[in-house]
Design a protein around this ligand. Structure first.
Ligand code: ATP
Length: 303
């Protein structure tokens, strides 16, 4: 299994303006690897995830390609796929979604077991809820609980179990650590790592670089709708090459704790050229031209 995102763009029409939410995204994610898509709030990470699942609202226009290569099947373009294909073949079966806040995602009036049983039934799977739960690190007795009786960690595992119900080769985790305390963040990342080590491809969307460092093999940094750096995780954390990526790392309390000056641009009014230019200490006249992505995966005139 391999995901190949090729020139993916998403625009939203809103009254009097167009939101450039994702622009010309390109990356690959093979089986057994974890890619963390990082960047500040509002840069387009979640929109990218929803575009892959065909879950964007009606005012969205998606262009480009997102190919899913599944062994023994023709490549499937998630952008061109019909709603019927996405519903029957993709969501839950080829791509499992770990949602942003698992507790809010679970139905409050039904036990965890009932919810897992329903997911398995809908996907036509013979596996029992108990066996599925075990795959997600839950004990059978945990399944008798209602969502409000689950700890944060258990709710996360139930959400993971739901994402795994159809045994999907690609897991998409959209800000899976929002609102969790540090030990739970670490536990969640360890779970995602385990899914990856089982041979699944895992795409984690997060603004938490420490969480990304725990789980990712590869990092893609988004700024103002564009992927501005793609690197292998070890090299990235040792020394990112894009000035924005360096700024993100320098802003961490565990590092220099120096915030990036200024604010990201509005996605309805993106400047020509490099969108990071107004905040970048290295900016020169060259930056009013859009930098191409170089062979090392960095889009910067001064990398
Ligand atoms: N339905 C919509 N109509 C118009 N604009 C939208 C719509 N959905 C999202 N956007 C805009 O797209 C941009 C990207 O949003 P997105 O949620 O992907 O950011 P993000 O990087 O995931 O941030 P966060 O971590 O806060 O979710 C934002 O400017 C957002 O306002």
């Amino acid at each position: 299994m391999r995901l190949r995102v090729d020139g993916l763009s998403v625009r939203f029409r809103i009254p009097g303006a167009v939101v450039h939410a994702v622009t010309d995204a390109r990356f690959e994610l093979p089986a057994g690897r974890c890619l963390a898509l990082v960047g500040e709030s509002g840069c387009g990470k979640s929109v990218m995830a929803h575009a892959l699942l065909g879950l964007l609202p009606g005012n969205a226009a998606v262009t480009g390609h997102a190919w899913l290569d599944v062994p023994g099947q023709d490549p499937l373009d998630l952008v061109a796929a019909s709603e019927k294909t996405l519903a029957r073949r993709v969501r839950g079966r080829l791509i499992g979604l770990v949602p942003q806040s698992p507790a809010a995602h679970l139905t409050p009036v039904r036990t965890a077991r009932a919810q897992l049983a329903e997911a398995l039934r809908e996907l036509g799977r013979a596996e029992t809820p108990d066996a599925l739960a075990e795959r997600a690190g839950l004990r059978p007795q945990d399944l008798d609980r209602y969502p409000h009786q689950l700890s944060g960690g258990m709710a996360q595992r139930v959400a993971n179990a739901l994402a795994l119900a159809g045994d999907p080769p690609l897991i998409l985790a959209d800000e899976p650590t929002t609102g969790l305390d540090r030990p739970l963040v670490d536990a969640t990342m360890a779970e995602l790592r385990r899914l990856c080590d089982e041979g699944r491809a895992v795409l984690v969307i997060t603004h938490d670089l420490r969480a990304a460092e725990r789980v990712a093999d590869d990092i893609a940094v988004m700024y103002a709708s564009r992927v501005v750096e793609r690197s292998e995780a070890g090299a990235f954390f040792a020394g990112p090459r894009h000035p924005y990526a360096r700024g993100l790392l320098d802003a961490l309390p565990s590092r220099r704790f120096v915030p990036i000056p200024g604010l990201p641009p509005e996605l309805t009014r993106l400047p020509d050229g490099c969108a990071f230019r107004p905040r970048c200490a290295l900016a020169t006249a060259a930056c009013s031209d859009l930098p191409a992505t170089d062979a090392k995966g960095v889009a910067c005139h001064h990398a």
